[in-house]
Ligand binder design. Structure first.
Ligand code: TPP
Ligand code: MG
Length: 870
């Protein structure tokens, strides 16, 4: 029956109430399948696809859409038994190693619990992920070698005990450290809860404890690897980026929202491994549905290779006799809530629910005893199925790959944990449970030691230990691993920025000064190639469009069209070796690019210098968690808050006008934050930033706010670099003549950023009225505060106290920021301290009206000064 028209007639019979229809239909379907099989045998897979596409086109022409059918495959393994490669490893030894790692991982958490300190820890996550992790580490995840840069292994944070446990066997951690899990301050060393590069810079390549960031960061690491390759900056094979993720974690919008860039940019160097244990913290991920099927459709729809590992080998023989797909249909209709229920039910109860009165299914299942049915494994615990899946993922060409691996939360931890809703929080076990698990895992410890959850240390000459080391040796070394060796980069001399240091007569904004500095750096012979300008869809807002043609926008495909502005001086230029990362409207992606570029010194051994320029309000409050993670990841580079200042960015209103990002930024401990007023300040700060981060390799990064108000910029004159960098210097003293005549207490005006212009104007007008004032430029309230904290802890005077030693009077701070920022230092000023700022929500108005409204205009400063001068 090869006439498609006839098939369409049959489809129209769909709703027929004819009892014989079902039988007839079954025969029809079988005939079609047989025909397709014949096509496959005679012509091959390609022709089968072509044929199906023709059929689909025909169906579409008849108004029948088949989207569901094309995005989802049945609920079974993607790799058929016939395509399953044979397992190349020694399964007995691998299982033995896995069991030891399982035990020690569990013991870490139990020991931490037994201290009675309430330290927490997770047992159930790794219990579900152990087999996939072991298969990956014994056979696939490679480390660094001469011509291979090495894979990056980003794990599911809550599975960390398993990774520590393995690293201990590998000789990378001491038994004391293992025993001090979650106790980092112990004398003989301890381990952080999760992957924190800051705490373990030799082990963890990137932080993943805040769920959802692992996926997006891994994708952008992979993209950055391609970027480096396409720009010719790296000659080695840059390896794969592995992200091990939880199924609950996949609900995070950062993960799902960025997967399409991976397929758009053909990132065949990224592999997601999703541990589908069907549970998150509180309960099932999709009790009423199927998370694996949902993710399959989402990823396939986004252009990924999807490989499902659902069933263990025991099911293969059952599939081979499921001639009428009755078992498959049941697999498809049972929902995750029920699969979870099976994991806590007896074999008998499972069978009854599963068969649901279907005779044919009952007969298929009669091949297994209740005991066997209970023990039948999910794919995530079957080494062979996992091997087949990883093997296929490694061969992907041109597409990212996701493995959806079905597991069981708390696997192997006994009835009190496996599949239970409380599994995630389970931190301890009874003595009996400990003994029983050790017995099952074959851990040769005495029952007394089992009760104490003592670590088991196999003999280093044992077969299993030899095997463990040899597998990793074969794959280039241990994983996960983080590298810290990158050549120092000599920072440019300040002369590179001479044009800005010596003053700018033309009226321009600090944003434009920065863009010009970037342009100069891009041209610099030594550092030019390392500069990575990153913009979400705002380059024009920041006047950066000129850089498009200078540096090109990175696109792995180059530019396959003539841009609409081809004839202009700054056309939209995309290029394979483009240097600018244009992220579109995706701050999460842009931040992930920042992290990838800013930690390229570690994984890629290249001192890349990212300048991520964004609307300042869409930084810390939008992707603050990612900035925090950058601090953890020891990321370097410059975050540039553009269009900053609640009144300087006028007209845009409540959700655009930023008057608080410096306060939010103040909480990141290794972030150097600056709010420069003049071109020369900006130049000194950027030059020093490059020196400290890339020449001295300090683990710090920068946040600098720039504004869009135009004004002229004075030369640096005798202002010292040090004072700019420390956070404050005297910009202009009051005129001596006036001071001699003046009777009141001295008045000091503190300005920063764009608002310095209001301060300068206020000073001039106050002088005309006979009131002398000193102007101080505050480049960083936050750093002054940081310095004060450090000095206090050392019992010294802070920088601020030192420079104000001989001062007194009234201090008025004026800025485009909320008063909390300067107020944190109020107690250090030798006199009265008043902060004028922009507390409250922004609103749409002109710049002048806004400054009047918030009380930071020159007039507001004059009024305050006069009040104090009385
Ligand atoms: C952003 C964020 N929200 C919440 C948490 C707390 N949390 C840690 S693990 C977890 C559940 C994880 O479930 P899943 O991703 O399915 O992993 P599993 O442990 O089941 O493998 C939650 C809610 C977190 N770490 N990060
Ligand atoms: Mg889960």
């Amino acid at each position: 029956m090869s006439d498609p028209k006839k098939a369409a007639d049959i489809i129209s019979l769909e709703n027929s109430s004819d009892k014989g229809f079902e039988e007839e239909w079954k025969i029809e379907v079988n005939e079609w399948v047989e025909s397709l099989e014949a096509v496959k045998d005679s012509y091959g897979q390609k022709q089968v696809k072509e044929l199906l596409r023709s059929l689909q086109n025909f169906a579409l022409s008849q108004g029948i859409t088949l989207t569901e059918a094309t995005l989802n495959t049945p609920y079974r393994n993607s790799i058929p038994l016939s395509e399953q490669p044979s397992y190349p490893g020694n399964l007995d030894l691998e299982k033995k190693i896995e069991n030891i790692i399982r035990w020690n991982a569990m013991a870490m958490v139990l020991q931490a619990y037994d201290t009675g300190e309430g330290l927490g820890g997770h047992i159930a996550t790794y219990a579900s992920a152990a087999t996939m992790t072991e298969v990956a580490l014994n056979h696939f995840i490679k480390s660094r070698s001469d011509d291979y840069q090495g894979d990056m292994m980003n794990i599911q944070a809550h599975a960390s005990p398993g990774i520590y446990s393995r690293a201990f066997l590998e000789g990378r951690l001491t038994i004391e450290e293992l025993g001090n899990f979650r106790r980092e301050l112990q004398e003989d060393g301890g381990l952080p809860s999760y992957p924190h590069p800051r705490r373990r810079p030799e082990l963890w390549p990137s932080p993943s404890a805040s769920m959802g960031l692992n996926g997006v960061n891994s994708i952008y690491y992979a993209r950055f690897a391609k970027y480096l390759k396409n720009r010719g900056l790296h000659s080695k094979d840059l390896g794969k980026i592995w992200a091990f993720l939880g199924d609950g974690e996949m609900d995070e919008p950062e993960t799902i929202g960025t997967i399409n860039i991976a397929s758009r940019e053909q990132l065949d160097n990224v592999i997601f491994v999703v541990n589908c244990n069907l549970q998150r913290l509180d309960g099932p991920v999709r009790g009423n549905g199927k998370i694996i099927q949902e993710l399959e459709a989402v990823f396939r729809g986004s252009g990924w290779n999807v490989i499902k590992v659902i069933w263990g080998s025991e099911w293969d023989s059952l599939f081979s006799i499921d001639h009428n797909d009755v078992m498959q249909q049941r697999m498809d209709e049972v929902v995750d809530g029920e699969y979870q229920m099976y994991s806590v039910s007896s074999g008998e109860a499972q069978r009854a629910h599963w068969i649901k009165g279907n005779k044919e299914l009952e007969s298929i299942m009669s091949n297994l005893s209740d005991e066997e049915l209970k023990d039948i494994k999910r794919g995530g615990f079957d080494h062979k199925k996992l091997y087949a899946a990883f093997d296929k993922a490694m061969k992907s060409n041109g597409k990212p790959t996701v493995l959806l691996v079905k597991t069981l939360k708390g696997y192997g931890l006994g009835e009190g944990s496996e599949g239970r809703n409380i599994a995630h929080q389970k931190k301890t076990m009874s003595d009996d449970e400990r003994i029983e698990i050790a017995e099952r895992l074959g851990i040769p410890l005495s029952n007394e030691d089992r009760k104490l959850a003592k670590f088991y240390v196999p003999d280093s000459n044992s077969e299993e230990m030899q095997y463990l080391h040899s597998r990793r040796k074969e794959l280039g070394g241990y994983q996960p691993i983080r590298f810290n060796a990158c050549e120092n980069l000599k920072a440019p001399d300040i002369e590179l920025f001479e044009d800005f240091v010596s003053g700018i007569d033309r009226s321009i904004s600090t944003t434009l000064v920065l863009v010009r500095m970037i342009s100069k750096m891009l041209r610099d012979e030594d550092i030019g190639k390392y500069i990575v300008p990153i913009v979400p869809d705002e380059a024009r807002t920041f006047g950066m469009d000129g850089l498009f043609s200078q540096a090109g926008i990175y696109s792995p495909e180059g530019q396959n069209y003539q841009p609409v502005d081809a004839g202009t001086i700054s056309p939209y230029k995309e290029a394979k070796d483009g240097q600018i990362l244009q992220e579109g409207i995706c701050e999460a992606g842009a931040m992930a690019s920042f992290m990838a570029a800013g930690s390229a010194y570690s994984h890629f051994e290249l001192p890349m210098i990212p300048f991520y320029i964004f609307y300042s309000i869409f930084g810390f409050q939008r992707v603050g968690d990612m900035i925090w993670a950058c601090g953890d990841a020891l990321t370097r580079g410059f975050l540039i808050g553009g269009t900053s200042g609640r009144t300087t960015l006028n007209g845009e209103g409540v959700q655009h006008q930023d008057g608080h990002s410096h306060v939010l930024a103040s909480v990141v401990p290794n972030l150097m934050t600056y709010d420069p007023a003049f071109g020369f300040e900006l130049a000194v700060i950027v030059q020093e930033g490059i020196r400290r981060m890339y020449q001295e390799q300090e683990d710090i990064f920068y946040y600098i706010t720039v504004y869009n108000e135009n004004y002229t910029h004075p030369p640096i004159n005798d202002v010292t670099h040090d004072s700019i960098l420390k956070g404050m210097y005297c910009f202009k003293r009051a005129s001596k003549d006036l001071e001699d005549k003046y009777q009141g207490e001295p008045i000091h005006l503190l300005g920063s950023g764009s608002i310095m212009q209001q301060v300068i104007q206020a000073q001039q007008e106050l002088e005309q009225e006979g009131i002398p004032t000193n102007i101080w430029s505050v480049t960083s309230y936050n750093l002054l505060h940081k310095d004060y904290q450090e000095a206090r802890s050392e019992g010294k005077s802070s920088y601020l106290e030192t420079i104000l030693e001989d001062e007194q009077g009234h201090f008025i701070s004026v800025s485009d920021w909320i008063t909390l920022l300067p107020d944190s230092l109020a107690h250090l000023f030798p006199g009265t301290f008043t902060a004028l700022g922009t507390d409250g929500f922004g609103l749409s108005e002109s710049r002048e009206a806004l400054r009047n409204y918030f009380g930071i205009s020159s007039q507001a400063i004059i009024d305050k000064a006069k009040e104090l001068a009385k």
